[in-house]
Write a protein that binds this ligand. Structure first.
Ligand code: ADE
Length: 439
């Protein structure tokens, strides 16, 4: 890759691959996230999002993985990141089972430093979990993917639906309930879940069924071990408060006695140069861009490019183990009766016939062929609704038979029109393939 020599794979996921790389001229190590370009450059980019993403270049903090530059080839997008050589916090906890309060507090202080630094700049992570918390050689943390939650992390190499949309265990109740939320307080909730995991080695909210898990999160139904120090118990209880209004905010956390012990705030780096723009492959980028925006600049910058990736992609709704079952779920705030009525209305306009049976809807699209003038079903789908709380429901769609691309269109349409989780932070009106949607 031009000035970088690419090495071993550091991580792999539905989004593509993270590779180790070395800058040929300086020998400096980097991590390069490689995304399939067709999944990124699929739509026109959005002004609001472009502005939002532009702020990422301003993030320079010792506990945040720095985004160095973005480059592209004919088929791929390369996001060049600071290399964190100590691996994931997740692996450290797994190896040690749990961390001591002293070690856990130091890590939590660094997380809070990084997260509050970003919040002060209007950037929210929205997907904080131990897998996104890396470590450097000295055991200091580096949060990755800050502000990058809009990236198409769930799209497979073939552009199909392969991967899980992430764990909902870390999602704040108000995000789940879609009552409008403060990005800072919902990130703080996730930090609280991370702290719980660090200190106990267990998840505060867990269940083997997603509806039950959501209920536990919404009710704040968890147990804090009595063997933790009173201070640790208290800060966990106050952060994992399901009511955002009474939850500890950043100032409250920083003023908490347990947090303050041995606390030396990290000093953010001085602002330096602007982040590098796309260089090598600008011509083909330009061609691609012009397809979507006739007023496109000759060279788009890295953050515009990332911005382009944020649009609705259905892949995030599919859970790995359920792809074969052709089952998707999304949350909705409509009541079941309204949901059924709306689904009927929407699918009728798409040429489906609808049958109600056993509390489910059967959606069928028929196709007439010359060989079979009586018409054969080209797609058969069932729709079911489950209650999570009095204001939140899960719609489950299951394909029994038929054309996958038509099924995906149907799922996209229904989740877009009825889904609860809108990208409020981006002020968009469509559903968003964020972790929560993988319910
Ligand atoms: N895996 C994913 N991102 C990484 C990074 N920035 N450094 C090391 N390993 C990683």
């Amino acid at each position: 890759m031009g000035k970088y020599k690419i090495g071993i794979t550091l991580g792999e996921g539905g989004f593509g691959t993270v590779k180790f790389a070395r800058h040929v001229a300086t020998g400096e190590p980097f991590a390069i996230k490689i995304l399939e370009r067709h999944s990124v450059l699929a739509r026109k980019f959005h002004d609001q999002l472009k502005r939002e993403i532009g702020t990422l270049k301003l993030l320079r903090h010792p506990h945040i993985v720095r985004l160095h530059e973005v480059s592209a080839s004919q088929t791929k997008i390369y996001i060049v990141l600071e290399y964190a050589s100590g691996g994931e916090l997740y692996n450290k906890i797994e190896k040690q089972r749990k961390l001591s309060e002293q070690e856990g507090r130091k890590i939590f202080q660094q997380i809070i430093d990084a997260v509050s630094y970003c919040h002060d700049r209007g950037v929210y992570h929205r997907d904080l979990k131990p897998e996104n918390i890396l470590m450097d050689a000295k055991g200091n943390i580096k949060i990755s993917d800050f502000g990058l939650s809009a990236l198409p992390q769930h799209l497979g190499r073939d552009g199909l639906l392969h991967t899980t949309c992430g764990s909902p265990n870390y999602v704040a109740p108000e995000v789940l309930l879609n009552r409008g939320y403060d990005g800072s307080l919902s990130d703080i909730w996730s930090c609280g879940v991370v702290l719980y995991v660090i200190l106990t080695g267990d998840l505060p909210f867990d269940a083997n069924n997603i509806a039950l898990l959501s209920q536990k999160i919404v009710k704040g139904d968890m147990k804090i071990p009595k063997w933790l120090s009173p201070g640790a118990q208290d800060i966990l209880k106050r952060i994992l408060d399901p009511r955002p209004i009474t939850r500890l905010n950043m100032a409250g956390i920083k003023a908490h006695d347990w947090f303050k012990q041995d606390y030396t705030p990290a000093v953010p780096y001085e602002d330096e140069e602007e982040c590098t723009t796309i260089g090598d492959a600008s011509v083909s980028i330009k061609q691609q861009t012009e397809e979507y925006d006739s007023t496109s600049p000759t060279q788009i910058n890295a953050f515009q490019l990332i911005g382009m990736s944020s649009y609705f992609d259905l892949s995030g709704f599919f859970e790995k183990e359920e792809v074969s079952e052709r089952k998707i779920r999304f949350t909705s705030t409509y009541l079941p009766a309204d949901l059924f009525e709306k689904i009927e209305g929407i699918v009728s306009t798409m040429g489906f016939q609808v049958l109600r049976a056993n509390g489910k809807l059967k959606l069928m699209q028929r196709r007439k062929t010359t060989l079979s003038p009586r018409s054969t079903p080209s797609l058969l789908v069932s729709a079911e609704v489950f209650k999570i709380s009095s204001s939140l429901y899960v719609v489950e769609l299951r394909k029994s038979y038929g054309d996958s691309s038509l099924y995906r269109k149907l799922c996209a349409k229904l989740s877009e029109d009825l889904g609860a989780y809108k990208c409020q932070h981006l002020q968009k009106t469509h559903s968003c393939p964020m972790p929560l949607c993988a319910l």
